[in-house]
Write a protein that binds this ligand. Structure first.
Ligand SMILES: Nc1ncnc2c1ncn2[C@@H]1O[C@H](COP(=O)(O)OP(=O)(O)O)[C@@H](O)[C@H]1O
Ligand SMILES: Cc1ncc(C[n+]2csc(CCOP(=O)(O)OP(=O)(O)O)c2C)c(N)n1
Ligand SMILES: [Mg+2]
Length: 337
């Protein structure tokens, strides 16, 4: 580590990231951070690990991308509760072969994600490992007391919606792994979706305020997340497949590979868009606010009594959407979109 010991390394890395904020009483440097909460709030906490060889390869991501995505994908869990993200704690397991410049690039990626999402780093841990690099981010956020949007509130009659475009990250990964020839701008867009996802904090807050009844972020694929909501809420979700906003670049990419573009939306994962439900009047309110804020929001279906997720295709075909998608403990071939 260029002659730096553990404490020198921590100092060097922390210098690169935003570390103060309105609610930071004591940040990096003591046994624990001291954080203020406003009256009438509840605290949100979530953690996610990113592992070399599982979540990224040197072939698919640079170190700055790894840092950015580790932070943004963790922050996304706060968006999925309708909350405000505030602080990040970063635990870093550093393999023997890592160079200081790699860790600095990783931290520059974390710093950029912190700025984009208005979050500060208030602590962490650095350890050496004989195994692969592991970056674990823990995010701390807040939500008005009693207003966090759970997965369990969907009710028959609600609208099912998704934010933004989906499928880009899975297609970007397929492109990085197999190198399908596509136009330069299409390739750049798909790769950016995979490497630099953004947490949908504004959309989450708008949807909470408008009265969404459930929310989840797309880490493992739309098929998995819809099934999570169906299971937690005890309802059936009926999805109109043609309404799923598969990104135009994904359609282009899939066409060249002779694939169904929808597979990247159902099973690709890591889009970090939000999927959820709301009563029709609440959805209309959210849609108006999203339009005036430049947030894309699309109705993709309806909630019925029953269970499971059903997709309706243009030709009238109905299909059960199985909760298949990324699963760490499934056989390797089951994790391909
Ligand atoms: N090792 C663990 N110990 C305790 N809770 C866990 C553990 N791993 C996951 N969880 C919890 O299980 C739930 C589902 O986890 P996960 O599928 O990873 O959620 P998500 O896809 O939203 O990140 C979350 O509430 C998470 O905090
Ligand atoms: C090299 C490589 N192979 C496969 C993937 C795909 N992938 C890895 S983890 C994952 C799902 C999201 O990660 P997870 O740890 O399950 O996040 P969580 O659901 O806990 O938020 C996906 C789609 C990838 N990003 N990179
Ligand atoms: Mg998780």
């Amino acid at each position: 580590m260029n002659g730096l010991d553990e404490f020198g390394l921590i100092e060097r890395l922390v210098q690169r990231v935003p570390s103060s904020g309105r609610t930071v009483v004591t940040g990096v440097g003591d046994d624990a951070a001291v954080l203020a909460v406003d009256p009438g709030e509840q605290v949100l906490v979530s953690t996610d690990a990113m592992v070399d060889g599982v979540h990224f390869l040197t072939r698919t991501m640079g170190f700055a991308d790894v840092g950015y995505k580790a932070a943004a994908s963790t922050i996304s869990d706060i968006a999925a509760m309708g909350g405000e993200a505030r602080h990040l704690v970063v635990a870093l397991a550093v393999p023997e072969a890592a160079r200081l410049a790699d860790l600095e690039a990783l931290y520059d990626g974390i710093a950029l994600a912190c700025r984009d999402h208005e979050v500060s780093v208030v602590g962490g841990d650095v350890i050496r490992t004989g195994g692969p690099m592991v970056v674990t981010c823990t995010v701390i956020g807040a939500v008005p007391a009693g207003q966090a949007v759970l997965r369990s509130g969907a009710r028959p009659g609600d609208v099912v919606f998704v934010t933004g475009w989906v499928g880009g990250s899975g297609a970007g990964l397929a492109l990085l792994l197999d190198g399908t020839p596509v136009a330069g701008d299409v390739a750049a867009e798909l790769v950016a979706c995979h490497r630099r996802p953004r947490a949908q904090l504004l959309a989450g807050a708008i949807l909470r305020e408008a009265g969404a009844t459930s929310l989840d972020d797309i880490s493992d694929g739309l098929a998995n997340e819809l099934n999570e909501i169906s299971r937690a809420s005890g309802v059936r979700l009926r999805i109109q497949a043609t309404r799923v906003p598969v990104a135009p670049a994904v359609r282009d990419f899939a066409r060249r590979r002779g694939e169904d573009p929808l597979r990247y939306a159902w099973y690709g994962g890591e889009d970090y868009q939000l999927v959820g439900t709301a009563p029709p009047f609440a959805f209309a309110r959210a849609l108006a606010r999203c339009e005036s804020s430049g947030v894309k929001l699309t109705q993709i279906g309806r909630v019925d009594a029953g269970d499971g997720v059903i997709a309706e295709y243009e030709d009238g075909r109905l299909e059960v959407v199985e909760p298949r998608g990324f699963n760490h403990f499934a056989p390797r071939e089951a994790n391909e979109p």
